[in-house]
Design a protein around this ligand. Structure first.
Ligand code: ADE
Ligand code: ZN
Length: 319
């Protein structure tokens, strides 16, 4: 039995399993530079975030139609439900699709079709968060927010992802201000590979309400004290951290130290098709490698609902 939990750090494009990638490639007549799913899986040996992103953006070539995005999302929701996820706040990267000629309307319609039936079919409530690619320009982010305006009824918030180092949050001040003015919630990846100063900047300049990853906050005791005091949730992704070499081995993951410090940590799967596991797989892995007590695991699950953008009645139902 898996513990009921909310998933707060999940890139829908990162749930593209090799089998579905090949099925969509055949459906859309897209040639892939891999002979088969085994050869594709073989390529999942990453040295850092950028080496992963290169493959990840390349494989998105198979996602072309509304049906593709609906099938992708449906497959994720089925897996998530089987792993005890009751609520999922799902990231997507509009710019990674717009740049390939796939409009945000197609993407949101496909995602939305799967999300609309998620509660009835899978028992999972959902929210959508659109992310800006931080290695693209601030102007491109603003254009993306503009393009999203007809779809804001479906989108709860904005996030910031992609290559972190060299792309500090402050570049996106204006688009985050515009998003806040539209009533959107704000999160940002920070402190995955980038320095703790990026976390501080995401809070101060972007008004981020949650920090995605935030691993490197530990290098700055004053920042840790602030995150604890202000109850800022961190959406950690342990299996991702190992695969992208942010930590050497799971047994050295700082999650126990972070919980001991009083940080509001959650455990999530990031890009589960690439990193070796979905939500419960991450819970199981940290339990095994870090010897977390049942009480600590319950705390992590409780934190996931506390940190979610849920209304109170939705929260009650999710439990
Ligand atoms: N996009 C997908 N996964 C990501 C990650 N772990 N960090 C930054 N951007 C991402
Ligand atoms: Zn992420």
């Amino acid at each position: 039995m898996s513990i009921p939990k909310a998933e707060l750090h999940l890139h829908i494009e990162g749930t593209l399993e090799p089998e579905l990638a090949f099925a969509l490639a055949a459906r859309n007549g897209v040639a892939l530079p891999y002979a088969d799913t085994d050869e594709l899986r073989e390529a999942y040996r990453f040295s850092d975030l950028q080496s992963f992103l290169n493959l990840y953006y390349g494989l998105m070539a198979v996602l072309r139609t509304e049906d593709d995005f609906a099938d992708l999302t449906d497959a994720y929701l089925a897996r998530a439900a089987a792993q005890g996820v009751r609520h999922a706040e799902i990231f997507f990267d509009p710019q990674a699709h717009i740049s390939r000629g796939v409009g945000i309307g197609t993407v949101v319609a496909g995602l939305g079709r799967a999300l609309d039936r998620s509660e009835a079919v899978h028992g999972v409530s959902t929210q959508l968060i659109m992310c800006f690619l931080r290695d693209e320009s601030a102007e491109s982010a603003m254009e993306t927010l503009e393009a999203a305006k007809p779809h804001l009824g479906r989108i709860v918030g904005v996030g910031l992802d992609s290559a972190e180092v060299g792309h500090p949050p402050a570049k996106f001040r204006e688009v985050y201000e515009a998003a806040a003015a539209l009533g959107l919630r704000r999160v940002a990846h920070a402190g995955e590979e980038g320095p703790p100063a990026y976390i501080t900047e995401a809070l101060d300049v972007l008004g981020a309400e949650r920090i995605d990853h935030g691993l490197r906050c530990l290098e700055d005791p004053e920042l840790v004290a602030r995150l604890v005091r202000d109850r800022v949730p961190l959406t950690l992704c342990p299996l991702s951290n190992v695969r992208l070499r942010a930590v050497d081995v799971l047994a050295e993951h700082p999650l126990p130290a972070m919980l001991d410090a009083g940080l509001l940590c959650t455990v999530n799967s990031d890009d589960p098709a690439y990193f070796g596991g979905y939500a419960e797989d991450n819970f199981r892995a940290v339990r095994a490698a870090l010897g977390l007590s049942p009480e600590r695991l319950r705390e992590l699950a409780r934190n996931s609902f506390l940190a979610a953008f849920l209304e109170h009645d939705e929260e009650r139902r999710a439990r």
